[in-house]
Design a protein around this ligand. Structure first.
Ligand SMILES: N[C@@H](CCC(=O)N[C@@H](CSC=O)C(=O)NCC(=O)O)C(=O)O
Length: 280
């Protein structure tokens, strides 16, 4: 599969680059951004952290706002940030054009409902197609970690729980921890997966964690207690309860005074990078 480079900039002795490519999973053109740390300049292969962004984001938000490059350069970790949905003229969007469904809101699931099933196959894209592409084209190992924010925090925990053999660790900032029981998740799962709520649980981190039978991964979650989405949308306590039930090695830290923004992410992203680097 060929890649078109869109931008390239030197940063902290490494490189930030954006690419586009034709995706077989989403059947449209997809974009992603990659940070390659300085170690790769001499051909050294490095592990990869996959970052999944939240509602309304593209591949750019994390790279521009998280302030992750200095620590990733020091630790020798590549970071890959995909877009949050398929895009293009032929890609269906929410009828009202709302921010929490459709474009910019793929929820990292494989849609089964028309017309979204045509392109909204973000689960397959993130779990298989993108890592295959990255490992074919860049100087990286097959050691992977996964992290994300909000909708992307839901994605990172859910994907790690379902594919524990593919990752060495997982983390999240302000994840939608129990999407089947919050308005954002219910709207998205109904639209992408249909009315049968039993089909939704396969994509719900708290449900997956409760009945986790796969290898358990080290998992770190940070949540601000001044987050305006905390009680209605994020529901971190459901994840804590699930971890207790299955003895899952989850560390969930309530961070006093922090909100839902990238100011919060930028405060703790270095700790998350150091956390992941311990398990590569
Ligand atoms: N527009 C919405 C909220 C949009 C929002 O806060 N998006 C977050 C992710 S929320 C969960 O997935 C985000 O990361 N925005 C991009 C950024 O760069 O900050 C509203 O007004 O409620």
């Amino acid at each position: 599969m060929s890649l078109d480079i869109l931008s390239s900039a030197k940063v902290f002795d490494g490189w930030h680059k954006q690419y586009r490519h034709q995706s077989t999973s989403t059947r449209c053109e997809m974009r992603f951004a990659i940070f390659l740390p300085p170690q790769t300049a001499t051909g050294e292969k490095v592990p990869v952290l996959y970052w999944l962004s939240g509602l309304t984001c593209t591949e750019e938000n994390f790279m521009q706002k998280a302030g992750a490059f200095a620590e990733a350069a020091k630790l020798g970790i590549a970071i890959v940030a995909p877009d949050t949905s398929p895009r293009g003229e032929m890609v269906a969007d929410d009828a009202e054009g709302s921010y929490d469904f459709g474009l910019g809101a793929g929820f990292y699931v494989n849609a089964t409902q028309a017309p979204f099933d045509q392109h909204y196959q973000m689960y397959d894209y993130v779990v298989s197609e993108l890592p295959n592409l990255i490992e074919e084209h860049f100087p990286v190992t097959d050691q992977r970690a996964i992290s994300g924010h909000s909708m992307g925090g839901h994605g990172s925990l859910m994907i790690a729980l379902r594919n524990s053999e593919r990752y060495s660790s997982a983390s999240a900032f302000s994840p939608i921890a129990n999407p089947i029981n919050c308005p954002w998740g219910q709207k998205a799962f109904k639209g992408y997966l249909g009315d049968n709520e039993s089909d939704w649980t396969q994509y719900d981190s708290s449900e997956l964690m409760k009945r986790s039978e796969n290898k358990q991964l080290p998992m770190l979650v940070d949540q601000g207690d001044a987050d305006n989405f905390l009680d209605e949308q994020l529901r971190p306590q459901t994840l804590v309860d699930a971890a207790e039930l299955s003895q899952y090695p989850l560390t969930l830290r309530m961070q006093p005074g922090y909100d839902h923004s990238y100011y919060f992410i930028s405060t703790f992203i270095s700790e998350h990078l150091r956390f992941h680097s311990r398990y590569f």
